[in-house]
Write a protein that binds this ligand. Structure first.
Ligand code: DLL
Length: 433
């Protein structure tokens, strides 16, 4: 069995990483220019040919791709190989806008599996682990990605998919699952359900690999406590392959981007200008090893920071922070930028479970922010007289974090619908688009 901690790649020198990127970028630009009419035209509009791209230093000359381009080119317009060379299609979970589809050759799948295998190994996984995959299987990349990674590591893989919480917990107990892979909101729900059933002593989990949606450090601590595990973040997006574009190591201070496969840039979302390391902006990826669907300079809309500070795990690949929000999910309330992650931080710091829903509406031409927050069962059994005091305390804490006023309504435990996939946090009724 191969070992998916690959020090010759993951701990390579900066010069070596750059050399791989230079060579692979030039090759991919030629591949795309020769085979994707849509992108060739975009390059021609900018007056450039593959000869203008000689190294990563020339990357900024290439045009960006956005989700709108993917929609315009739907379904086959950005493919770089004929369909007969492809073996798989996956699709976005579609929490925002229309679905996007991606294509893979067998080689693309092998590299994607390798990226997920690296993530599992970084979370302590070995061939002796039982990897319990509760991400959805099917068009969503979560299940297939972690499944493939787990096979590569040689772990015993439980392809649970999402849903049927009773069966999840029963298998977890009976088959001794050691690593749980699912969305953080579902992990929190599983933690709650295991506690309610009094089965905490029957589970053998040691680690969790959670991603596909934003989650705070506070939520990490809650999940770790509820399940008795170390919780690792994993990031990715369908357009670029799926989970495993980056992943956390034992240091847990950001996610290492697999730089032998992807080049990351941070840009100013308004001007498109490339920002220096350490500055916050929109993450942009270029795929440099993919065959069927190699997007170049794809704007993710995820806002984060990159760092090359040395990491105690020994890996040298650049680290991205947890996404701090999306440039398109950011709410503008009365002119103030509000990220759902800020609201979550306040709630968890005040001891609330991370079950909340944000409703934005426009009343008499003014934005109105309503937040429904679930109480814990302990809070709920307090006298109702305390609810008003608790609501007032949250209103004040949110005002000081966000700079805008939010109405808070505390609701009984389990009132807000749980999601087995990505949680639905925001309902914006303003019809702004
Ligand atoms: O969510 C792929 C994935 C599956 C990642 C399983 C991790 C685990 P999409 O459905 O295309 O793909 O959604 C991609 O989800 O642009 C981010 O906004 C968000 N996202 C993904 N991972 C994280 C994370 C999968 N760890 C979009 N933290 C991305 C915050 C995340 N947001």
């Amino acid at each position: 069995m191969e070992n998916y901690f690959q020090p010759e790649i993951e701990c390579a020198s900066q010069e070596q990483i750059r050399a791989w990127q230079n060579e692979r970028l030039c090759k991919t630009v030629k591949h795309v220019y020769n085979n994707v009419a849509y992108y060739r035209e975009k390059m021609q509009e900018k007056g450039i040919t593959p000869d203008d791209i000689r190294s990563v230093d020339d990357l900024h000359k290439l045009p960006f791709l956005t989700k709108d381009d993917l929609r315009e080119a739907y379904p086959y317009g950005l493919m770089a190989l004929p369909l007969s060379e492809c073996v798989r299609i996956q699709s976005t979970s579609g929490t925002t806008g229309r679905r996007v589809i991606a294509f893979y050759t067998q080689h693309d799948i092998d590299l994607w599996d390798e990226c997920c295998a690296r993530a599992i190994v970084a979370a302590g996984g070995t061939k002796d682990d039982v990897v319990h995959v509760s991400y959805g299987y099917g068009l969503f990349t979560g299940g297939p990605g972690l499944n493939g990674g787990s096979h590569k590591v040689g772990s015993l893989t439980l392809p649970m998919s999402s849903g049927n919480t009773d069966r999840q917990i029963q298998f977890m107990c009976d088959l001794g699952s050691t690593i749980l892979c699912c969305t953080p909101s579902y992990a929190a729900y599983l933690g709650e359900s295991i506690r309610e059933r009094g089965l905490r002593d029957k589970i053998k989990l040691k680690a969790g690999i959670f991603g596909a949606e934003a989650w705070s450090e506070e939520m990490r601590r809650d999940i770790e406590k509820a399940l008795g595990i170390k919780a690792y973040d994993i990031y990715g997006l369908t357009e670029i392959s799926g989970p495993g574009v980056s992943f956390e190591c034992s240091e847990q201070t950001g996610m290492h981007i697999n730089e032998d496969h992807f080049i990351a840039e941070i840009i100013d979302p308004d001007t498109g200008e490339v920002l220096p390391e350490g500055e916050k902006g929109e993450l942009v990826f270029s795929c440099i090893t993919k065959e069927a669907f190699p997007l170049l300079r794809y704007r993710t809309r995820d806002i984060c920071v990159l760092t090359r500070k040395p990491c105690s795990c020994g890996r040298t690949h650049v680290k991205m922070s947890k996404p701090m929000g999306r440039s398109d999910d950011m709410l503008i309330i009365k002119g103030v930028n509000v990220f759902p992650s800020q609201i979550e931080t306040v709630l968890i710091n005040k001891g609330y479970p991370a079950n909340y829903q944000i409703v934005v509406s426009r009343v008499k031409n003014s934005d109105c922010l309503d937040i429904q927050v679930e109480m814990t069962s302990e809070m709920f059994s307090d006298s109702m007289g305390q609810v008003t005091a608790r609501e007032k305390e949250l209103v004040d804490a949110l005002k000081s974090m966000l700079g805008v006023y939010a109405n808070v309504k505390l609701v009984a435990p389990k009132t807000i619908a749980r999601s087995e996939g990505k949680a639905v946090r925001i309902i914006d009724n303003r019809n702004l688009h």
